[in-house]
Each structure stands twice: as structure tokens, then as C-alpha cells.
Design a protein around this ligand. Sequence first.
Ligand code: C2E
Ligand code: CA
Ligand code: CA
Length: 562
Amino acid sequence: MLDKVKNEQKRKVLVVDDEIINRMMLGNIVEKNYEVLYAENGQEALDIIRKDGKNISAILLDLMMPVMDGFMLLDTLKEEDLLKETPVIVLTSEVTAEVQSIRMGAVDFIKKPYDNPEVILTRIQRIIELFEDRQLIETVEYDFTGLYTKDFFLEYMSQIDAKDPQSLRDTVAFDVEHFHLIQEIHGKTVADEILSYMGSNIRDFLESHPGIAGRWDADQFYMYVTHLEDTKELEELVERLSNYSPDITVRVHAGIYTAVAQDVEEERKTAAAKSACNTLSNNYTKVIAAYNEKLHEEEVYAEKLINDMDDAMNEKQFKVYMQPKYDVTGEEPKITGAEALVRWQHPELGMVSPGRFIPLFEGNGLVQRLDHYIWEETARIIAGWKEKYRRAIPVSVNVSRIDLYDPEIKTKLLNIIEKYHLEKKDLHLEITESAYAEDMDIALKVIASLQNEGFLIEMDDFGSGFSSLNMLSRMPIDALKFDMQFARTIDTDQKQYHLVESLIGFARMLGVMTIAEGVENKEQYLAMKKAGCNIIQGYYFSKPLAEEEFVHYIEELKEETC
Ligand code: C2E
Ligand code: CA
Ligand code: CA
């Protein structure tokens, strides 16, 4: 079909008529605008259409012919699904035949005798245009999973609402957890099969629940259905969606937003269902969540944070806090560094923790600006210590996965080092484990080049996600920073203790340091130390401290040791 559109000048029209004089007369007219093919009867026409139907823009068909007449040809084309490809215009002088042929799938008719060439040409042109438009639309209306594409889904949502604005309906969002990883591990073909499988199960669900379904952004599926009084069947659907194959773990979650049609516009509905769905990410026990007032408030809050970011940057509302890190390999723990953690001193909301705003800023790219600011502030603080104490305490800064896509990242870091006369080993870089997995090729390349430059790389939140141990040996890492969950149970759970102990052994084998964070009490501290961990960070030693507090803290430590 696209070929037809591309060859604007050369559209082909097939004239099917047994009378040579008719063929010539019609051919003469049509030739002006089209390339004309001829067939003397239905059978000949069929052969041409079967072979080259895709490249024929319209068929002009006489009804009364020997061998195979026009009706039989229409019948056969319909049966072979060829009428979808090419419109048929019937040539006739009988009213009853016109009606019958239109019923059989012809789209229009031209009356014999051919006394007005302009009318005939205009008719053919209009039919071809109409048909091509329709086909163009159809090609993007559904995607390969058999569900609507985004624009069509939203359009049909609004049509449904317009027809019946009073009814309660549910917008449901489905999401596959870590879909990009499935695609990376199993390949695109399998990933597409999973999507098709999901599409067909969702369509089955719609057989018994009136509504529509769509898919976009790879693994984002949506349904708009008559309100489900009971979510049991939806739960079953979600479970089915997760059961693609016993060999591949596919975890699907669903979020529901319920509203009376006229309340909210379409995209708000899908967004609300999606945020309900997002609350379940990394949740292994619940598969469905509903949108509620609390979520709404959180969204309003999130929107405010995003709106206020610019002012906050300009007014220096972001503060660097420092949390000490202790070397615990000797007799007595010794302070060996710190982690820089951002805080937002918001003029109305008070102190906002990074857990609230970093994910938002990662979502819209603002995090790059913020991180750059924090790196520079950290460098400024280290430089101050160097001048005051003639000695630097290395500080690790957090590098968001988004930063890794910044082509300037290395230059930016080097400029900061130069500006504050630091050494590269003064500024460690914490990169979360999931950033390594996200877009492995890019991430590894960037991280390796930072490491080669002389920056020390700490893999943050190690063990929270997917890094397999045999991949670890090939990754650019100087230290492994255990995810907090390990500290939480290491003193009470024997299995956890042994796991940590063997991971530390493995790290030692790779020549990589180990850091435990989130160590809150003496028992956890002793267990981590016994397991062989090199460095410990956590409330047991100190909370993250504001710049001045941290200086104070260090000076007190000095006095104690003097
Ligand atoms: P993270 O990098 O894993 O940082 C450790 C978090 O654990 C910090 O939370 C820290 O305050 C907290 N923490 C430290 N010791 C303990 C403890 O003993 N018990 C418990 N329960 N928590 C402890 P915080 O400061 O709220 O930061 C949260 C996350 O925000 C960080 O997790 C990090 O991923 C991100 N973040 C913080 N600052 C920045 C930044 O400047 N840039 C970027 N991109 N992300 C940042
Ligand atoms: Ca960190
Ligand atoms: Ca961490």
C-alpha cells in the first residue's frame, strides 16, 4: 500500500471488460492520470490481482463477462481477502446490478456509456484517496499485539465517554517489571512474543468485559472498561499475563483508576492508573493497586517539587550533608571518608529528603544539573578542609544513572577537580547497581573511562538488583557497597550472614573493597566486621551531618584521640 502512495505519478488502474471497444474507451479516459492494465474477463483479472494486487490502486470492473463474470470475481476477491487491498468500481448500466455489487464489496460504480470523462476521473481519484487514507489509518490503529496505539486508544476513550458520560469506568494500566532487562537477557524476539501474549490475553478479557485496550512505550498496556465491581477477575488476568512461560520470569502489575467519564480528561486517567501501578514496583506480594486520595496528594506534592526546582537551584536551597565512613579493619574504627547526601531546605515544606525528589528529577533530567551542583559543592567543602587541616578526607558523591548519558560527564568532573585543586582520589563516585544493568554497553563504557581517568568507583546498593557474580568480575569497580537490606538482618539471620561473608570473600578475590551502609547498632556493626567488611557507614557511627556539624564532629574526634 505504501508503494502506491510513494509512486504518486504512476498509480495503476486495472480495467476489466470483455468488450474491446469498452476497454479502449475507458482506457483512453483513465490513461490521462493512471497507468492502465487490462483484463478481458474475471479470471484474467484475478491472475493479475493475485500477482500484483498490492500495486494496483483501483479496479474498474464490468459485470457481464464470459469465463468469470464480475460477480464471481467480487466473490473470489472477498473470499481471498483481496478487497481490503484494492477498491473495486463497478461498470454497469443496470441499477439492480449496482446495488448487488455494492453489497458484494464494490465501493462505487460508473455508469455506461462513458459520456463524461471528467466525472469518471474525479470518481476514481476520490475512491483511491479515500481508500488509501483508510488504509493508512488502519496501519497505525493497531500495533502488532492487536491493541490500539496510543492516539487511537485515547480517541476511543473520549468517544466512549461522549456516548455515555454518566457511567463509572475503570482505566487499568499494566506494566512489566524490568521489561528492558527481559529484552536484554532473552532478546527482542522473545520480548515481542511476551507482548503479543499479553495483548491476546487482554483481548480475551475484553470479550467478557466491555471496553478497549491499547499499548505504547513497549510494555505499557492500558484498558478502559466498564467499572469492575470486583477485582478478582482482573487479578486472575494479571496472573495469566505473568505466566508466559515457566522458564522466563515476567512480573506484571496493574493499577486501577476509577472515575465517572466526564470528570477527568483521558490522559489524566491513564496517568493516574499508571501511578497506581508504579506503587507496586518491586512489590512481590501485591499485583493490583488502586489510585486513591493519598496518591493524588503525593502527585500534587511531586508537581510542586518539580516546579520549585529552578528557584531552589538559584537560591541555593540544596545542601550537602556528609555521613562519615569508618574503616573497621583495625582494632579501633577509624574515620576514612564520607558520603555526600543532598538535602533540600525548602522554604515552605521544610527539609525534603532526596528519596522524595531524586526519582522525580531523574524522570525529567533535572538530576544532571542538581548532581553537578552537589559535586561542585562537595569539592568546595573538601578543598576547605584541605586548607584548614592540611589533609583531605575523601568524599563519595552519588552519580545518577542519568548522568552516565551526559557526554560531558568526564569533562565536568575533571573541571571540578581542577578548579578546587583536588586529586581524583578525593572524590569517589557512587553508581547504583541498577545503572550498570540499564543500558549495559553505554554504562560500562562511561564508568570504565571514569575509572581509567583515576576516579574510584563504588557500586552502590549492591545486591538489590540483578548483577550476577560472574559479570561482576568484568565490571569497572573499586568498591562494592552492600545494599542496606544486608545490614538489617545480618546479626539475626545466619543465612544472611553467610551470604555476606561469601560475597566479601568474592570481592576480596577480585581485589575490591567492601562497604556496608545502613548499619544502625552494635550487633550489626560487629557482625559486618566479623564477616570481613572493610568500611562501615550508618547511624551506629553517625547520621548524615550538615557541613558545619561535620566539621564539629571531626574536631571532636580529634580531641578524643589526642
Ligand atoms: P543511598 O545512596 O543508598 O544513600 C544512603 C541512604 O541511607 C541515605 O538516605 C542515608 O541518609 C541513609 N542512611 C544512612 N545510614 C543509615 C542507617 O543507619 N539507617 C537507615 N535506615 N538509613 C541510613 P538519603 O540521604 O535519604 O538518600 C536517599 C537516596 O537518595 C540515596 O541513597 C541516593 O540514592 C539518593 N541521593 C542522595 N543524595 C544524592 C545526590 O546528590 N545525587 C543523587 N543522584 N542521588 C542522591
Ligand atoms: Ca550512595
Ligand atoms: Ca546505597
